[in-house]
Design a protein around this ligand. Structure first.
Ligand code: ZN
Length: 279
């Protein structure tokens, strides 16, 4: 495929060239010329041509950009898989594995071999820093990717929204810091809950547990139950829930345990409360 990090830079430059002011059309008077900068002239007749060229160049750049993005996303996803499969490999070993895959598929390396021009310069005296000359967006992506691997930047995929992120605090973070949809909350704040809810839906044991948990929690808020009693119940309920999931407790036994001590409104008797017998 020529659309990988190939030699598109020459084509990119040719497309940009028509943006430069054109010579006057034959037979037309060079009227209404407005100088833009020394040596350049502006002819309103060129405006349409210029607009079309700019539009084509923009479309070309977007398409090119999307194809680079696709290549990089694929490379990052492969990198994440390799990290999981070979947790003890070094960062450059991952790069080697990736490159070997590309070489097998396309008989050439994707990232390495094509050199970057590096030199030394002074940005902030008296410091001398290493600088790189990068001509194309493709090379910029290639450069960023190899530096990301080299410096062990631990990129991850958010388990809630599926987008890439770099964990700020813990490297085992599962969720990113983006605001999720219209929730006004970050994935890191609601990701675990949303994932648990998805898991709960369709599992009667988890659903029964969640319902009981909410019921008792609202009793704490209404000051009908102490926080300590609730915590004790919560710990025990998790043990019972897991025992039920493991088949050590039947679903009926689990529900009976959850229902014990539950306060119900007596039916038909003017809101009088009645306590269900303790198990
Ligand atoms: Zn996210």
């Amino acid at each position: 495929m020529t659309d990988r990090f190939g030699d598109r830079c020459a084509a990119d430059r040719d497309l940009i060239n028509p943006l430069r002011p054109q010579p006057p059309l034959p037979g037309r008077a060079p009227a209404n010329r407005l100088p833009i900068c020394p040596g350049d002239t502006w002819n309103p007749d060129n405006e349409k041509l210029l607009y079309r060229a700019a539009k084509e160049a923009a479309e070309h750049i977007i398409l090119n950009f999307k194809s680079i993005q696709k290549t990089i996303i694929h490379a990052i996803e492969r990198l994440l898989e390799l990290r999981e499969k070979f947790p003890d490999a070094s960062s450059m070993e991952y790069l080697y594995m990736l490159e070997e895959e590309y070489r097998k598929e396309e008989s050439k390396y994707l990232i390495i071999e094509k050199p970057f021009k590096a030199f030394y310069g002074v940005i902030k005296p008296p410091e001398i820093v290493e600088l790189y000359e990068i001509d194309t967006i493709r090379d910029l992506f290639r450069f960023e990717f190899v530096k990301m691997i080299e410096h062990d930047i631990f990129i991850k995929k958010c388990k809630n929204c599926g987008q890439f992120f770099i964990p700020r605090r813990r490297t085992n973070a599962k969720y990113c810091e983006r605001i999720y949809g219209d929730t006004n909350r970050k994935c890191s704040e609601i990701g675990a809950m949303l994932r648990y809810e998805k898991k709960v839906a369709g599992n009667p044991v988890l659903e029964a547990h969640k319902k009981a948990y909410r019921r008792l929690h609202s009793r704490v808020r209404a000051k009908k139950m102490t926080q300590t009693a609730f915590m004790k119940w919560s710990d025990e309920s998790v043990k019972k829930r897991d025992a039920c999931l493991d088949g050590e407790l039947t679903f009926e036994e689990f529900v009976a345990w959850l229902e014990q001590g539950r306060v119900r409104r007596a039916r038909g008797k003017g809101g009088k409360q009645q306590k269900v017998t303790m198990g």
